[in-house]
Design a protein. Structure first.
Length: 473
């Protein structure tokens, strides 16, 4: 170990294992070090960013010896863009480490008796798997280390369109090619950037709240429908029409083109109204299982699982875990546009969906009608407030609760409400096994864990979905 101006650099560290959330692990002098940018088997110099008595965090400064597990990343932006941090790992290894993390979180945090955790369900396609991408405009392009101080540094500062640079809120990486979605995403993004620069359109400045172009949101469905939403800082009708007409001309496969005026300081559009410029204003997506197929209307502000093909697997597992016979009342909590409830509906007597976002509930009701499902009801509001005794008295107590909360997990009041309701079965769908484990530990007062199935929705990232079946003791 040597110190450089109070900076700590650990030299020739052997990275021994994978820890969690994309970080690798090493041990030195009895201290555990969590490392960004490394793979088990690497030997590297580690720049320490946080130093505690028993543990430290750091990032790779220089790799001295590459792990035999490494493979060549396929994307030119790898290492700069923070989107697909695991491209240097074979997909089979990614699945192995995700399985390991799911098991460790559920056992260490949950501290409850678990069955043997089923092998993680991998994706058939580890590229072009997303149905939604969002790109950001900025008048500050993130410069690569080799560009700083060169002519390139000043030659291309007119504007960038791409992803946020990791840990830097005001600079954007200019993305030329992204493998997360079908190539249409590259055509749209690069066409818009080129046209904007040619016409002198201003790119957004997040610090000054100036500039015109803010975001592009693309949704590319398995049905062939393509929805694009251009987000602008303010209305400027003539250039807006010119830009939107050019997009339609360059990408005729667009079925719905919208624009949203966002004069706020933040990028969220949940409280804004997208305006339809071309098409019907929404996209149709399809989820299939066996001989069944369900159609879903997805509005520009609705949440829908971003990996359609893996969503089919995730929902099929959820339905299997629910063990439905046709006589059950199923509560679908955090139901979004109703996708899980609708997917399991043909095996249930009644579906009750609850979701806080009102537009999603509007879509959920339309989705039920689209699929000729007459025994599903959907309610907008906070799950904790809606699911009270009067609600259960009116709609019936659930035989099965399916809950699919955000990364933060379930609110503790909802956990206590579920304990009070004491439904025979809970199927817990999670995108964060740490908070899932925490909630399962609380539910252990009345429930045992019968099955656990991790699912990989996002290849080349550290994110993990996991389905758990809990049964009343």
């Amino acid at each position: 170990m040597k110190k450089q101006k109070s900076k700590i650099i650990l030299q020739n560290v052997l990275v021994s294992d994978y820890a969690a959330e994309g970080k690798a692990l090493a041990k030195q002098d009895g201290k555990v070090i969590f490392i960004s940018g490394a793979v088990p088997g690497d030997v590297a110099d580690i720049f320490i960013t946080k130093n505690k008595k028993d543990w430290a965090e750091g990032r790779v400064q220089e790799i001295k010896e590459y792990s035999k597990e490494r493979v060549q990343p396929f994307c030119k932006h790898f290492g700069v863009c923070g989107g697909c941090k695991w491209q240097m790992l074979p997909y089979s290894k990614q699945l192995q480490y995700k399985q390991q993390e799911a098991e460790q979180n559920l056992r260490r945090i949950g501290k409850v008796e678990l069955p043997q955790i089923l092998p993680i369900v991998g994706a058939d396609a580890d590229r072009y798997y997303r149905n939604k991408l969002e790109f950001t405009f900025s008048n500050k392009r993130y410069l690569l280390p080799e560009e700083i101080g060169t002519e390139d540094a000043s030659a291309d500062t007119a504007g960038a369109l791409g992803y946020h640079a990791p840990r830097i809120f005001d600079k954007i990486i200019n993305i030329d090619e992204c493998y997360l979605m079908d190539d249409v995403n590259n055509l749209i993004r690069n066409t818009v950037r080129e046209f904007a620069l040619q016409n002198g359109y201003t790119f957004y400045d997040i610090r000054q709240h100036t500039g015109w172009l803010r975001n592009i949101v693309i949704r590319n469905c398995t049905t062939g429908e393509l929805m694009v939403n251009m987000v602008l800082n303010y209305e400027d009708e003539a250039p807006r029409k010119k830009l939107l007409d050019h997009i339609l001309s360059a990408v005729p496969s667009i079925t719905t083109l919208l624009y949203t005026i966002n004069p706020k300081w933040n990028d969220s559009i949940y409280d804004l109204t997208p305006q339809v410029y071309h098409g019907k204003g929404y996209a149709l997506e399809k989820l299939s299982t066996g001989s069944e197929a369900f159609v879903f209307k997805v509005s520009p502000k609705s949440f829908f699982q971003t990996n359609t093909k893996q969503a089919e697997k995730l929902y099929s597992i959820t339905r299997d875990f629910a063990e439905l016979t046709g006589s059950e009342t199923v509560y679908d909590l955090y139901c979004g546009t109703g996708s899980i409830g609708i997917f399991v509906s043909k095996l249930a007597k009644k579906i009750i969906g609850v979701e806080v976002i009102e537009e999603a509930i509007v879509d959920a009701k339309e989705n039920a009608a689209l699929n000729n499902i007459n025994h599903a009801e959907f309610f907008a509001g906070d799950v904790i407030k809606i699911c009270n005794d009067d609600f259960f008295a009116k709609h019936g107590k659930p035989d099965v609760v399916i809950t699919d909360p955000p990364r933060a997990g379930m609110h503790d009041k909802l956990v206590h409400k579920l304990l009070e309701i004491a439904a025979p079965k809970i199927v817990y769908v999670s995108c964060n096994t740490a908070t899932q484990a925490r909630d399962i530990a609380l539910l252990a007062e009345k429930y045992t864990v019968e099955k656990v199935q991790p699912v990989d929705m996002f290849p080349h990232t550290h994110h993990i979905e996991c389905v758990a079946l809990l049964k009343l003791k």
